[in-house]
Design a protein around this ligand. Structure first.
Ligand code: HEM
Length: 404
């Protein structure tokens, strides 16, 4: 083990990569939980993208880090900004309090549960439109055919962008998130930025809906937002709601396809779907977020240095046996508060939209199809890393009586 900083106790060093570790078993959530047996803070030699850093492995520690902005900063060199050579900060996720609040208050009113309920029909329509493309086929790749395009369509609607942009957006998204070549990823990041810039300019001239108005008429401490502040908001809404939603949907549908009893129960009792969404998002917490140590200090007896990264795998928080009884079992009847959507000031702005999307997808699939199941051997493939995501999920089903 080379290049371990002198202040890191050898007992805390984990000479491993999160990605490789979680790919060892069929169920990466279960595999990752092996870290619960070790110390609550470990120093990983490859915490993310080959970079070393801390990983917090317990619920209460992760919770504490979320709430301690003084020592753990969300401000970091903007990844997208660096890629495209623009001083862009994702706004408000890459901004600490107190400035964070002054930005976020512009967006909060547009994402309340009440405001999101106005999207119910549009979300359901988008879901039905995509399902209709493959329903009669009796099988699909749930990821490529549904889970990836679905949140992109929702984003277009939210932004009041034309739906015929969907194929272009999906190509950019594919290149940015999963593109093999750096040049593909940079090209996509630039194309999205340019497209959103043009959209922003049109909206500044004539805002067309409440979300666009909230951004282009937004204020920071009494002055109007400038160009980069607005662009940071447009960009964060795009990246925030794509990978997260599609990844969660993949695990949810895999769970349903492999648990026929639960599938039948929810089909018979759709009123239970909201609590199932709550439990699914706990058990399948897909996000690994991070903070940066703001200054040298000692945290629970461990010396930390300014600038070090601290990774927060929410799957470990929400499957912590000290917090949740029988954490690896999905029990939709349990009432437990989890932090799959973060906590503290940066808690997910899109949480009410995300839960609505997941609920509607479950409702629509169970309304139209019965006996949803994995299609053949090798039906599923997943990845781990910054998100725990499903790459392929081949499903088949029977159609319910009366459907065409
Ligand atoms: C299942 C889906 C989703 C999950 C699991 C999820 C998870 C999270 C988490 C864990 C955070 C906190 C990150 C941190 O503190 O570092 C967060 C923040 C955020 N999310 Fe989500 N998210 C989801 C869907 C969405 C959607 C649909 C949108 C957009 C409409 C969205 C927009 C945001 C934004 C803007 C923030 C930053 C909030 C702030 O910094 O104040 N998310 N999300």
């Amino acid at each position: 083990m080379n290049n371990i900083p002198a202040h890191i106790p050898p007992a805390l060093v984990w000479d491993h990569s999160f990605d490789r570790f979680t790919a060892e078993m069929e169920d990466p959530f279960l595999a990752a939980s092996r870290l619960h047996a070790g110390p609550p803070l470990i120093w990983a030699t490859d915490a993310a993208y080959g970079r070393p850093g801390w990983i917090a492995t317990r619920h209460d520690l992760i919770d504490e880090i979320f709430l301690d902005h003084e020592h753990f900063s969300a401000e970091r060199p903007g990844m997208i900004g660096e890629m495209i050579g623009v001083d862009l900060r994702l706004n408000p996720i890459e901004i600490d309090p107190p400035a964070h609040h002054a930005y976020r208050r512009n967006l909060n009113p547009v994402f309340t549960p009440k405001a999101m309920s106005a999207l119910e029909d549009a979300v359901r329509q988008t879901c039905a439109m995509l399902v209709q493309i493959f329903a009669a086929r009796g099988e699909c790749d749930f990821i490529a055919d549904f889970a990836v395009p679905f949140p992109s369509y929702i984003f277009l609607d939210l932004m009041d962008l034309p739906r015929d942009m969907a194929p272009t957006f999906l190509k950019w998204e594919e290149d940015l998130m999963r593109g093999g070549e750096v040049s593909d990823r940079v090209g996509a990041a630039r194309a999205i930025y340019q497209y959103l810039c043009d959209h922003k300019d049109r909206q500044v001239a004539d805002p067309s809906n409440p979300l666009n108005r909230a951004i282009v008429d937004g204020h920071f401490e009494g002055r109007p937002l400038d160009h980069l502040e607005m662009m940071g908001m447009y960009y964060v809404l795009w990246v925030g709601g794509l990978d997260t939603v599609y990844s969660t949907l993949g695990w949810v549908m895999h769970h349903l396809a492999t648990h026929p009893d639960l599938q039948a129960r929810l089909a018979e009792h759709p009123e239970l779907v909201p609590q199932a969404v709550e439990e699914f998002t706990r058990a399948y917490s897909v996000v690994v977020t991070h903070r940066r140590v703001a200054r040298d200090f000692e945290f629970h007896g461990v010396a930390m240095k300014a600038g070090e990264e601290v990774h927060l795998p929410l799957a470990l928080a929400n499957r912590d046996p000290d917090r949740f009884a029988d954490p690896h079992r999905v029990r939709i009847d349990r009432k437990s508060r989890h932090i799959a959507f973060g906590t503290g000031v940066h808690n997910c702005l899109g949480v009410h939209l995300a839960k609505r999307e997941i609920r509607i997808v479950i409702e629509e699939f169970l309304r139209q199809f019965s006996h949803i199941r994995l299609a053949g051997e090798d039906a599923m493939q997943f990845h781990t890393g910054r998100t725990f995501g499903v790459d392929r999920l081949r499903l088949c089903w029977d159609r319910r009586d009366g459907s065409e």
